[in-house]
Design a protein around this ligand. Structure first.
Ligand code: NDP
Ligand SMILES: N[C@@H](CC=O)C(=O)O
Length: 814
């Protein structure tokens, strides 16, 4: 014997019923079969609405009844050939007439008791099962329609009746032992009490019917056919990559069902568990898929966590006070008070200090909870020994579920680490001693992010999704976007990172795309975007609240750099080639670093010094391994090195500078390079990273640029430099006559930094430095005489973009 149950969506219309019939035909070829069927999708709600309208003297109930009748008549007309419709049509009409009589009675009395509610609701399953039975009959599958009310006996708790197990089991067993035939059709959900009145088993009760029948007949197979592929690792509406769970234990299934994954009605499990029977959850619309097998014993498939689930609209109620410590009975009184109002407690936690008891309840019950608890403890509240009940709303519970958690250390650490890295504040925690479930209460607005982050950490062997927000599409930004596009597959395949650009902006426009901006067409997307507003851009990043978000600053703009702190406070890492923040006041620099640390994210700015060269990382490695930076000697300006390597008086100094700008080495405002300001920023950043609390105004700058060149616009600057050609030529010739080169050198020694133009002879470490290269010599406790040297291209859009790229990957892998 096998039992197959079909849910409301599986029999919602004629097309679906045909699909169901083909599954039944296939099952029948294997064994005797009992089919349990729910009402046509949506009908139970319509029935209850009609009943409630009638009781409120709302004439619209007739409309609802007409709708119910028409749905069933239409289904019959579409399913069956005209020649075979008459008997089932008259049965449907008769049942609808009966329903109408009951509703008319409700209307007249103006009253709808739970008993009558059950009677009204029962029509859904009766109608659907009768239609299915007729259709199967007509298509050659002889079957017997069985009234479940004759077999399933309950108490009289209408709308959620409790099954009398022994007698029910006996009735079912006896009936099917003696029944002739191979195929039986039963309405799910409905039962009767000892007086023969119709009762129902609660919403989702058709699963329960199937379990009762399966257990009583010792069925070889119980199958729940539904509209999802099985139990999923997470709600697929929240986690697009959620996957079907192949195997799950009853206990795990119960935990997941309780916490939101309503694929199977929790009471279903008990009868099956008692008989050690398994149940399949299968998809009616894709029967070839494996589905989920729920069985009595845990079977390890290597995964420790079986699923992640959530409950929304949770309120946290805290009862707190010194008067509670060490006094027995407080929790009992709290729970009794809530129970008196039938308030379901879904979460409990109490710290060992016994100072607070915290319970999670449905948000809809907060008013009653407040009233009843404050009343219960009114004396203690009056005496100041207990505070009035504190209630917080806007919360949700997210839970990890898995039988195997108990034999593994580090699961909660991993869970809280993942939540913390993404700025998700955990308000309360509960873990039962069975260690099958770790539940956290978090803000409702963080649920999507939390479930995705946890899913990624615990299930996705495929990849981690990284969400980038990039500001700046100039020289460096363009190259970065190109590199990201080029490396997309590589990152996914080799680093398991799916890096998407969700937000992009320049000074004029901004655009967002939650699915990721198509990088081959980012220019077009940006052109069609909104007018750029930095405040809105940052707010949008925050409100999107996406996991693994990284902000990338590829501008040279101060306002952009001033947004970092707001992003850190949301645990969003910042990658910047913009040097303004790291070279701003020491206070701001330190505060940003502290914030990033506090909020578990990263502030990365490797490209601030030496573009794509590993200068800051090398320095950090030295420092963190216990070395001390004693002296730094460096050429840190790609632009100035390029200019002095290429200027020999044959063409004007200004034209060489212009070439540096055209080749993408200069700052957007090249005066920052020529004045030495850019080099000052860089040596300042190195000194700070080495642990010295330096300020910009403590750095001496021996600038060679005539002060008037700094006035006006960038074009004025070029014109002004032409006027000083003889000055630049003289600088060159003075060095050249002694066979020396001009190098703009930055140094840091004894806690002091200086930058300026120097004559460098051939024996000097800095002499052989060509093109736009940079070099940094670190003299440290471990490298006292022969410095640790980092050397290579120190400017250029491509190398800088690759340095930014490397920082993005670093931030993505935390
Ligand atoms: N070039 C190099 O070798 C290196 C550069 N860097 C740093 O890289 C950064 C970028 O340099 P580069 O690409 O050459 O500069 P660009 O001037 O070419 O590009 C700057 C980008 O920033 C945008 N922008 C400016 N202000 C704002 C704002 N308020 N809001 C939004 N976007 C803004 C600009 O927008 P729009 O397009 O609308 O003008 C532009 O897209 C600089 O900080 C530089 O110091 C670091 C190391 C090496
Ligand atoms: N303008 C800078 C670029 C890198 O920071 C330079 O010339 O070095």
């Amino acid at each position: 014997m096998q039992v197959l149950k079909f849910g409301g969506s599986s029999v919602a219309n004629e097309k679906n019923i045909k699909q169901v019939s083909s599954i039944i035909r296939n099952a029948l070829s294997k064994d005797k079969t009992i089919i349990v069927v729910s009402a046509l999708g949506g009908i139970t709600d319509l029935l209850l609405q009609a009943g409630s309208m009638a009781s409120n003297a709302d004439n619209e109930y007739k409309q609802k009844l007409a709708e119910i009748k028409e749905r069933h008549l239409e289904t019959v007309r579409l399913l069956l050939p005209l020649t075979h419709q008459s008997s089932i049509l008259s049965a449907v009409i008769q049942l609808n007439n009966e329903l109408e009589d009951i509703c008319n009675g409700i209307y007249l009395l103006g009253e709808l008791s739970d008993r009558i509610k059950d009677r009204v609701a029962s029509f859904g399953e009766i109608l659907s099962s009768r239609i299915l039975s007729s259709y199967l009959e007509v298509t050659g599958l002889d079957n017997t329609w069985v009234d479940a009310r004759q077999l399933i006996i309950t108490d009289s708790r209408y709308t959620r009746a409790h099954v009398q197990q022994e007698i029910t089991e006996k009735y079912i067993r006896n009936y099917f032992q003696s029944a002739i035939g191979h195929l039986f059709i039963l309405p799910g959900f409905i039962a009767s009490n000892e007086q023969g009145h119709t009762t129902t088993l609660g919403r989702g009760g058709s699963d329960y019917t199937a379990a009762l029948v399966g257990a009583a007949t010792n069925a070889t197979e119980v199958e729940i056919w539904t509209d999802v592929p099985g139990m999923m690792t997470a709600d697929p509406r929240l986690v697009p990559h959620a996957r079907t769970i192949d195997n799950i234990s009853f206990q795990e299934a119960m935990e997941l069902s309780h916490f939101g994954a309503k694929v199977i009605y929790p009471p279903t499990i008990q009868p099956l568990l008692n008989k050690n029977l398994s149940v399949w959850v299968k998809n009616t619309f894709a029967p070839e898929l494996h589905g989920t097998l729920i069985h009595a014993h845990t079977q390890s498939d290597g995964s420790i966590i079986r699923g992640i689930s959530s409950i929304s609209k949770v309120a946290l109620c805290s009862l707190e006070g010194s008067g509670m410590v060490g006094i027995p009975g407080f929790s009992k009184r709290l729970f009794d008070a809530l129970a008196r109002q039938s308030i379901n407690v879904i979460f409990i936690t109490q710290a060992s200090s016994e100072h607070t008891i915290c319970v999670g309840i449905d948000e809809g019950a907060i008013r009653q909870a407040k009233q009843v608890v404050d009343e219960e403890f009114k004396n203690e509240i009056k005496e100041g020994r207990v505070n009035p009940l504190d209630i917080e709303t806007g919360l949700a519970i997210v839970a990890l579920v898995g039988d195997h958690m108990k034999s593994h250390t580090g699961i909660s650490g991993k869970m809280f680490g993942a939540l913390g890295r993404n700025g998700i504040n955990v308000r309360a925690i509960a873990q039962g001693s069975s260690e099958r479930n770790i539940s956290t209460v978090i803000n409702a607005s963080d649920v999507r992010k939390a479930i995705n982050v946890l899913h990624e950490d615990f299930f996705e062997t495929t990849y981690k999704q990284i969400n980038l927000f990039i500001v700046g599409t100039g020289n460096v930004g363009k190259r970065l976007l190109h590199q990201l596009e080029q490396q997309f597959q590589y990152l996914q395949k080799h680093l398991r990172l799916q890096v998407r650009v969700i937000g992009l902006a320049n000074s004029r426009k901004m655009v967002f795309d939650d699915k990721g901006i198509r990088l081959s067409q980012w220019g077009e997307a940006l052109d069609n975007g909104l007018k750029m507003n930095l405040h809105d851009f940052i707010e949008e990043i925050q409100s999107k609240n996406l996991r693994n978000s990284i902000f990338v600053d590829v501008t040279a703009n101060e306002s952009v750099s001033m947004c970092y702190d707001a992003l850190f406070r949301k645990s969003i890492s910042v990658v910047a080639c913009n040097k303004i923040a790291a070279s701003s006041s020491l206070h701001n620099y330190q505060q940003l670093k502290d914030l990033a640390r506090e909020y578990n994210c990263l502030f990365l700015f490797e490209t601030n010094v030496g573009a794509g060269l590993p200068v800051i990382n090398t320095l950090n490695d030295l420092v963190s391994s216990g070395d001390t930076i004693q002296t730094i000697e460096a050429v840190l300006s790609g632009t100035l090195n390029f200019v002095f390597n290429n200027y020999n008086g044959e063409r004007s100094f200004a034209s060489v500078v212009r070439q540096a700008q055209e080749e993408g080495y200069t700052e957007p405002d090249p005066r920052l390079d020529l004045s030495g300001k850019d080099v000052m920023r860089k040596i300042l950043i190195l000194a700070r990273e080495a642990g010295y609390p330096l300020e910009m105004d403590a750095i001496s700058n021996n600038s060679f640029l005539p002060p008037s060149c700094m006035n006006g616009s960038v074009e004025d600057f070029y014109k002004e430099m032409e006027k000083y050609e003889s000055h630049f030529r003289q600088l060159y010739e003075e060095a050249a006559k002694d066979h020396k080169k001009l190098k703009y050198v930055a140094s840091f020694k004894d806690g002091k930094a200086a930058v300026g133009l120097q004559h460098i002879d051939a024996a000097h470490n800095l002499y052989h430095l060509y093109g736009k290269d940079n070099v940094v010599l670190f003299y440290t406790t471990r490298y006292p005489e022969q410095p640790l040297v980092v050397k290579g291209a120190g400017a250029g859009a491509d190398v800088t973009a690759s340095g930014v790229f490397a920082d993005i990957v670093r931030a993505a892998r935390i």
